[in-house]
Structure formats: C-alpha cells, structure tokens
Design a protein around this ligand. Structure first.
Ligand SMILES: *Cc1c(COP(=O)(O)O)cnc(C)c1O
Length: 371
C-alpha cells in the first residue's frame, strides 16, 4: 500500500459536513469576494494568534509582498532572511524591489542563526524575516533583540507554523507582523490559494487592507495603486470551519512526530530536535540521512511519499544568479539541502501507516549497508 506525503482527502473525510455547509452558505449568499465570511475568519484568526488584526489575502506570497509594501520596503532596501526556505520568502522580497540578504542557518533547528545576523546588517537593512521552518519558531528573543538594537522590523514568515508557540506565544505574535499561507497542504489550509497578514500594528493592517484591494479607501476611491490580492469567501468559510480543529491536528502531528523519533532512534538518521522554548507543529517531519538520494529513491520505489524540503537553497537558485553568491556561501544551509528528507506526516496518519514507513526505511537502510 502506498503512503502519501500528505493526505488532504483524509482530513476532509473527518469534517465533510461542516465544510460542505460552509461552501453552500457562501454560494447561497453570493458572497464570493471578501464580505462577511472573510471578516469573520479574520477576527477568529487574529484572536487565535493573539494579535489585533488579521488581513486575509490571496496567498502566503501575497502576504509577504503586501507586508513589505505596507512598510514601504522597496528598491535600495535590504531584508535579512534565510536561504533555506521555500522560494517565495526571497521572491516576495525581490518583488518589491528590495534585496534579500541571506544569513546561514542553525544546523539543529534549520532556522536563521541569530549569531550571524549582525554581521549582515548594513545601513540599507530595514527588516529581518525569520522563517519558522517546518513549524518550529525561530530564535525570536535573540532576533528581536538584534532588531531593536538596530531599529529594524521583524516580519515572521509563519507560512509553516500556524499554531506553533515560542515561550507560550503563538507564531504570528512574535514580531512586527507575520505572514501566513493557507495553501492546501499547510497546517491550516484552504481549498485553493489563501494567506493572511497578522499584526498588532493598526497602520500596517489598514494599509494592507487597502493594498490587497486596489488601494481602495472606499467603493469608488483609490488612494494608491494596489493589487487584486483578496481572499475569497469560499476559502475564508472553509478556513473558519477548520480553525477550531487546528490545535487537535497539531497535537496529532506532534504525537506522530515523537513516535517517528522513537521508532527511528536505532538508525543513523538524525531526527528533528526542537528548542525547549518552542512548541513546534511539524509542518514537515524532516530527518537528515546519509546517502539521502539513494534512500529517497528506495523509499519512492517502495511507495512511500517522501520529499525534500529543500534541495536547492535560494542563493543557488537559477533565478538568483544575479546575486552572484557562489556555492559555499552558506555551508550549513547547503549541507542541509544535501541531507534532508521529509517523511509522510499528517494528523490523520495511522500508527499502522507510520509503522509501514519505518519498516520501509529500515529495509532501505539495510540494503544500503547503513543499518
Ligand atoms: C508556502 C510558503 C510560502 C508561500 O505561500 P503561498 O501561499 O504558496 O504563496 C512562503 N513561505 C514559506 C516558508 C512557505 O512554506
């Protein structure tokens, strides 16, 4: 039996009546773009994150893009971030005309290494954008202290971290503003594209609200050139129906992650570790593997839906050739890119499925003479 990396249908099967009713309600009310459904979800999500405002937008990438625009970050500015992330983190920084300045990661958490940040700060630096990779919050106390010393904004890329906590506080409440994605496979995902900007900053929230909707101040007046980056009603209604389940889903992911770690303890795989001050939500369960590509191939052949997040760090992407960053620029990220392997994980995964993944891993490791 094959086991997928994620199983969105399995989640839908557990909440089908609520989702179907939510979609029908939007169609019955013809409230397709913004409107009451979006406002209701925004309120619920802001409360969940422990912040004043959530602004629904069309994707996680749009959330980052609009947040940077909302802070007037653009040409001539630099934003410090990690090279070991999904491409959109850097892409959105570049889309506003700013320059992503990469800083290497911590080899244990895969997050931005705070000890390397200050060396990358220049007079052009405006913000630090930590990514809470795989659902583990970055070292936010250290990052916020550096930002405060240098008068910088801290913008969380929380696209993989819905519900995770740092010293008890939720991702989304840990910096100046935070950007979430509701891409279907995220811990909180809609049935299409969606995202949100969350913040306590009244001015930023108002600006992003306007920018996402053509720079509107009211129905007919446009204060500035904006964008069509709205969240639609069906997605908001689905998200509102799913949000009450998020903590249970994240708890199930943590339980399964801990079980993987116990079951893999007698293998050469390096299992994830989290900082004691974080409560991660395991958007991905990522191990480091010797002979990663051979193991990846063997598991794929065995019908196990494994992945690699991420095989190419941003500074080595063809699109970023113009930054002129050579291989070797960020050795910790580059080594991670060669070694990481993502195992199947989703809240509805059964222990029997997990046992099958572990058995396939051990068989493959034996065949490679690694066990
Ligand atoms: C998914 C993701 C994004 C982009 O979100 P989209 O909704 O796909 O635009 C940005 N950053 C990270 C770290 C992500 O995982």
């Amino acid at each position: 039996m094959t086991i997928p990396l994620v199983d969105l249908k399995a989640q839908y099967d557990t909440i089908r009546p609520a989702i179907d009713a939510a979609i029908r309600r939007v169609i019955d009310n013809s409230a397709y773009i913004m409107g009451q459904e979006v406002a209701a979800f925004e309120q619920a999500f802001a409360a969940y994150c422990g912040v004043k405002h959530a602004v629904g937008v069309s994707s996680g990438t749009a959330a980052i893009f609009l947040t940077l625009l909302g802070y007037d970050i653009g040409p001539g500015d630099e934003v410090i971030t990690t090279p070991f992330t999904f491409f959109a983190t850097g892409e959105a920084i570049s889309q506003v005309g700013a320059r992503p300045v990469f800083v290497d990661i911590d080899p244990v958490t895969y997050n931005l290494d705070p000890n390397r940040i200050e060396a990358a700060i220049t007079p052009r630096t405006r913000a630090i954008m930590p990514v809470h990779l795989f659902g583990q919050p970055a070292a936010m106390d250290a990052i916020n202290a550096i930002a405060e010393r240098h008068g910088l904004l801290v913008i969380e890329d929380a696209a993989q971290a819905h519900g995770s906590r740092y010293k008890g506080r939720r991702a989304g409440s840990l910096g100046s503003a935070a950007c979430f994605s509701f891409y279907p496979s995220k811990n909180l995902g809609c049935y299409g594209d969606g995202g949100a900007v969350v913040t306590d900053d009244d001015r930023l929230a108002a600006r992003v609200r306007s920018l996402r909707d053509h720079g509107r101040t009211n129905k007919y007046e446009h204060a500035e050139l904006g964008y069509g980056h709205r969240l639609d009603g069906i997605q908001a209604a689905i998200l509102a129906a799913k949000l009450p389940h998020l903590d249970d889903w994240n708890a199930a992911r943590r339980r399964l992650a801990d079980r993987y770690t116990a079951l893999l303890a007698d293998t050469p795989l390096v299992t994830p570790r989290h900082l004691p001050e974080t409560e991660p939500v395991y958007h991905c369960y990522v191990v480091r593997a010797p002979q990663r590509d051979a193991l990846l191939g063997a598991l794929q052949k065995a019908g196990i839906g494994v992945g690699v997040h991420y095989p190419i760090p941003l500074h080595l992407q063809p699109a970023y050739r113009f930054l002129e960053l050579e291989p070797g620029s960020f050795p910790v990220a580059e080594q991670a890119a060669r070694e990481v392997l993502t195992l199947p994980l989703y809240a509805e995964m059964t222990e029997a499925q997990q046992d099958q993944v572990v058995a396939a891993i051990k068989t493959a490791l034996r065949e490679l003479n690694l066990l």
